[in-house]
Structure formats: structure tokens, C-alpha cells
Design a protein around this ligand. Structure first.
Ligand code: SF4
Ligand code: SF4
Length: 410
């Protein structure tokens, strides 16, 4: 695809990289077949190719209208199109470069701006998010039905460990997170137990909390960079002391860590450190020895499991099939799931900002997940878990919770 850049746009710091990505598209349209928003609407501008054309127009003449903002904003950044694209178009990077500028030049209506502002200033801060969530649950009967439907289900607190995890020679840094410890602290508690059983000590470091993924998703790049720098600073001494990797149990945050290089590439002080963090970032699935784990588990009585592979895991981190492979190797019974490549509609803050599209995608996803009547659904990302659990007929769990419950002393 040709992508001439106007003189005015050439002065913008993102335009050269964006134009190079646009040029790599051969406009074949294969990506539309796997794009969730195109599948919902059938509208060319709601698919990756149409969005790339809108970005091309922006580069050529600087044109940004409500249509450009609307269609780019509707993108889930699920990156299914990247997995499908035969030309290797870095679509996710393109949207990350362009969308924040478009949202600034053609802002959404004020209720949406207010919501985004609230999300940005509440969710990444557990001391704000936890009391506000508790209060919202308390007044739930008084809330409008549409708002009440988005309140995440209350979960049991993390079980107290039977014994303190042992100290091991192998140490991995575990990101503290922000929303996840409020929504479901049992996930990280389960991770500590599972990795302890595998001879790996998970170490949490004060200050390594929010990775910046939510801010990044909302287009607040400077906030995301500041949060990333804080994580890097907090982790640095522990990395120098010999930790072998950094890890987060939410696959959406895992993508963010692995792409710190892009986020901080123009920061002279942090670019190199960001690249080291990105190189050391691992999803839990990449650190688990399946054979060893299988020997430790007692899986009888669990029942049939449907796997929802988050987009951040299969398209963002390119770990498609890994979760299913691990669970099968450990002896769990998995049911077939159609359209496993399609997004469930969670996508960071998307479910709150675009509830209608998110709800339609969730209905479609749950239809496929429940088709073979599983006893539970497992996922690898707190956002997907929370979003699906609001409408699922069976428990939705993180795979680490399931595995930890199958350790013999559980
Ligand atoms: S599949 Fe790739 S090359 Fe083809 S239209 Fe989509 S982004 Fe462009
Ligand atoms: S990232 Fe997902 S929603 Fe956005 S264009 Fe690609 S496939 Fe469609």
C-alpha cells in the first residue's frame, strides 16, 4: 500500500514509523475474516484493512474526523489480525502509535471522556479501586441495571497458605499488579504455590505494581511510561541480584512487559533497561515444566474444562496452544471450543467503554465455550475472567487457580 506523508504530518514524531507499517499492508483483506468487530458489523471500516486506510488518509492529509476516531476507538487491539496477516503487518503497534493522537484531535463525547478519566485514575491504584468497588457493590440495588451489570462478581479471598513457600535457588520476580489483586487475589496466591512446587521462588518487590497496560490501552502514553519506569526502578536491584526472569499472571500485562522496548524506545535513560525487562519477561506458561507439574498434580474429579485463550496470550505473546497443551499434559479433560481465536470482548477497558460490542462478543464466546457443557472455563487473564464470569453459567477460573487446587496439599 502506498502511503505518502504530507509535509505537515512528516513533522509528527510517529508518522515515519506509522507510514512504514501502512506500506507493509498489501490490502488483501484476509484479516477481516478474523477481526471480531468486522464479524459483528460487516463494515469494512470496522476491520483492520479499513482502519489502515483511515490511518493512511490521516498521514496523507492530516484528516481526522469523528468517523476515524469512532472506527479506531472500536478496535479491541486484540491483534487477531496480526496472527492472520500474511504480510506481517504490525497492526497493534500502528494503532498504539496513531490512536492516542486521534483521540486528542477528535475527542469522544464527554460521558466517554469522563469514564476514561475515572478508569485511568482509579483502577491502577488499589487503595482507590478497592474501597470504590466495595461501595459500588454495597449500593448495587440502587445502581442503574446497565451499570450494575458491569460490577465484577465478589470472589473469595485468597486462601491462607498451609505453609510458607520454601526458598529456592531459582528466583523469578512477580509483578504485584493493580486491578487483579483487588478483583481476585487468589490468582497470585495460586502462582506462588504452583511455582513453589516446581522449585521456583516468586519474589514480589515493593513498587513493582501497575505495569501501565491500562493507561496504554486508554491512550495515556505518558502515564503508561511513568508506570513502566517505576516498575523498572523497583525491579532493577533484584535483577542485578540474580533473579532469572520477570513474570505477571495476567497475560494482558505480560504483553505490556514484553513491549516495554517500544514504549520507552525514545527515553535515553530507560530505553536500555526497558529492553532488558522485555527480554526477561515470561508468561507463567513459559516457565512451567509440564512434565514436572504433571507429576505433582492430582486431577481426578475436576471434570471437563473449556479453555478461553486470551488474545493477549495467543496473538499478543504468540503463545497460542500453550495453555491447552499444558493442561492436556497434566491430565485435564478439555472440550473442543469453536472460534477460539476470537476475542471475548474484555480487551482491557474495552468492556466498560464499549459495552454493547463487548457484550455481543461475550455472548458469542460463551456460546462456543459452553457448547460441550464443561464444568468450568479456564483463562489466563483477569480481564477475560471478570468479563466472562459476569454472564457464564459455570465458574470461570485462572488456570493457575485450577492447577494449585490440584496440588496434593490443597
Ligand atoms: S491481512 Fe495484512 S496485508 Fe492483508 S489487508 Fe490485512 S493487514 Fe493488510
Ligand atoms: S486488533 Fe482485533 S479488533 Fe482491531 S482490527 Fe485487529 S482483529 Fe480487528
Amino acid at each position: 500500500m502506498r502511503a505518502p506523508v504530507s509535509a505537515a504530518m512528516a513533522a509528527e514524531d510517529f508518522s515515519a514509523e506509522a507510514a512504514a507499517i501502512v506500506r507493509s499492508c498489501v490490502h488483501c483483506g484476509f484479516c477481516n475474516a478474523t477481526c471480531p468487530t468486522y464479524q459483528l458489523s460487516g463494515d469494512e471500516l470496522e476491520g483492520p484493512r479499513g482502519r489502515i486506510y483511515l490511518i493512511k488518509a490521516l498521514l496523507e492529509d492530516g484528516s481526522v474526523g469523528a468517523d476515524t476516531r469512532l472506527h479506531l476507538d472500536h478496535c479491541l487491539v486484540c491483534r487477531n489480525c496480526e496472527t492472520t496477516c500474511p504480510s506481517g503487518v504490525r497492526y497493534g503497534r500502528l494503532v498504539e502509535l496513531v490512536r492516542p493522537r486521534v483521540l486528542r484531535r477528535a475527542p469522544p463525547p464527554w460521558p466517554s471522556r469522563l469514564l476514561r478519566h475515572a478508569l485511568l485514575n482509579v483502577v491502577p491504584y488499589p487503595r482507590r479501586f478497592a474501597p470504590l468497588l466495595a461501595m459500588a457493590r454495597w449500593v448495587r440495588p440502587l445502581l442503574p441495571a446497565r451499570l450494575a451489570a458491569h460490577l465484577p462478581p465478589r470472589r473469595a479471598p485468597a486462601p491462607a497458605p498451609r505453609a510458607a513457600p520454601a526458598r529456592h535457588a531459582r528466583r523469578v520476580l512477580l509483578l504485584g499488579g493493580c486491578a487483579q489483586p483487588v478483583l481476585n487475589p487468589a490468582i497470585d496466591a495460586a502462582a506462588v504455590r504452583v511455582f513453589d512446587a516446581l522449585g521456583i521462588e516468586l519474589v514480589r518487590v515493593a513498587g513493582a505494581d501497575c505495569c501501565g497496560a491500562l493507561a496504554h490501552h486508554l491512550g495515556a502514553e505518558e502515564v503508561a511510561r511513568a508506570q513502566a519506569r517505576r516498575v523498572i526502578d523497583a525491579w532493577w536491584p533484584a535483577l542485578d541480584a540474580g533473579a532469572e526472569a520477570v513474570m505477571v499472571t495476567a497475560s494482558g500485562c505480560g504483553v505490556q512487559l514484553k513491549e516495554y522496548t517500544d514504549l520507552l524506545r525514545d527515553d535515553a535513560t530507560y530505553a536500555e533497561r526497558a529492553a532488558r525487562i522485555a527480554a526477561l519477561a515470561r508468561d507463567p506458561l513459559e516457565l512451567v515444566d509440564a512434565g514436572l507439574l504433571a507429576c505433582r498434580l492430582e486431577v481426578s474429579g475436576v471434570g471437563a474444562v473449556a479453555v478461553q485463550a486470551p488474545c493477549s496470550l495467543q496473538h499478543g505473546q504468540r503463545l497460542g496452544g500453550r495453555l491447552e497443551g499444558l493442561l492436556r499434559a497434566c491430565g485435564f479433560e478439555l472440550v473442543p471450543v469453536a472460534e477460539s481465536h476470537l476475542c471475548c470482548g474484555s480487551a482491557g477497558s474495552y468492556a466498560l467503554v464499549h459495552p454493547d460490542q463487548a457484550s455481543a462478543l461475550r455472548t458469542r464466546k460463551l456460546g462456543h465455550l459452553m457448547a460441550a457443557r464443561p464444568q468450568l472455563v479456564v483463562t489466563a487473564n483477569i480481564g477475560c475472567q471478570t468479563h466472562l464470569a459476569q454472564a457464564a453459567q459455570v465458574p470461570v477460573r485462572h488456570w493457575l487457580e485450577l492447577v494449585a487446587d490440584c496440588l496434593p496439599d490443597a
